[in-house]
Design a protein around this ligand. Sequence first.
Ligand code: GLU
Length: 443
Amino acid sequence: MSNKVVSDNAVSIMSYSDETKRFLESAGASEGCMVTLETDGQTYSGKVMPHHEFSAPDIVILKMKSGYNVGIRVGPDSKITVTDRPVDHERKEMVTEEKKGLPTIVLIGTGGTIASYVDYRTGAVHPALSTSDMINAIPEIREVANIRAKVLFSIFSENMDVCNWQALADCVAEEINNGADAVIIPHGTDTMGYTAAALSFMLGDVPKPVVLVGAQRSSDRPSSDASTNLMACAKFCTQAKRAGVYVIMHDTGGDDSFAVHNGTRVRKMHTSRRDAFHSINATPVAHVDAAGKVEIITECRPVSDGKAVARTAMEKDVVLLQFFPGMDPEVFGPIITGAKGVVIAGSGLGHVNSNMIPAIADAVRNGTVVVMTSQCLNGRVNMNVYNTGRDLINAGVISVMDMLPETAYVKLKWALANTADAEEAKRVMQTPLAGEMSDRREF
Ligand code: GLU
């Protein structure tokens, strides 16, 4: 998908099977619509709810007047009529007067829980369409910076694709070159680490801070971390004067500490905790406390007045494979030999079953770049210790020290598209560009 806002309705019946979706769309029905449904000689009236994951594909879920949800099987003879529509949730971006002397932060909305609200009619979580809504919930943010807000996408981050990374990198560069002192990117948390890594490589020596931020609870819940995380971003952007791509999220279960992670080192390590994000094989770059005081832990590039350049080319044929006992060379061999780049999250120090090595050696002979990382995440790859590792080295597999598998995947796509040949791409993979790898161990 390109640089375009997804409408609320487009996502609202996405959970239904294609056929049931067609049935609902034939009457213009979407989530939250009041409908009358006739099937098998019975008539039901209720609000269309999101499809339940345990329901069969031909079941439509309606919330009845009693408040109970019922699943109704629909078929070729079923009829549906919309009797009432939900209020449109689209909100306009607000323009507020700029205060002299304050830095400018541009917020580029992409979606996710941080930009979502719960629709209490249906219980479904929707991506909101206005980044201003998020800002207006934190009036104090306007005390530290002039905020300009825009929405680039309104999607959950599992739906982010390479073209979204590219559009986002271009948009960030454009905003910085138009005078932004910092860019904050509200983003879904699921794949935020991938986007942070992609921006880190695409934007290279970006002269200003570019901070991705998410929330584990949507803004309208009392326990939401959306406002506090955003405020921590604003404090970091205005006080730290550090350039680069970062992720800022809660550092503890409370509301008293926020970690600033390097965009190439960060991973979501918990499905629901507010302090789900951790720096792996590195310490966070900085902490922000509840009062907004920034403590720098790792030195990084100072901000400058340079131009931002987005190098967004990405190789399409790159795969990220997790090794597992029972991995079938018949199934995975052709995937490896058919790709231009392969990142393997190997076991332990960087291993796969020996039966996979012939396919890997074939692929390397044909010009595929094969990169080893470790599914242990913590610690570095060392293929010199065991025979399997040495066989992998002899097959031409390269190691990228302590780089995260997903960062290696993103970097390999970028390296292959921005170099002349496989040898140069290998050199780029083994050269730290954005703090993504090191030989050092942190204790
Ligand atoms: N899965 C969604 C996403 O990553 C919602 C989770 C979240 O934003 O934290 O966008």
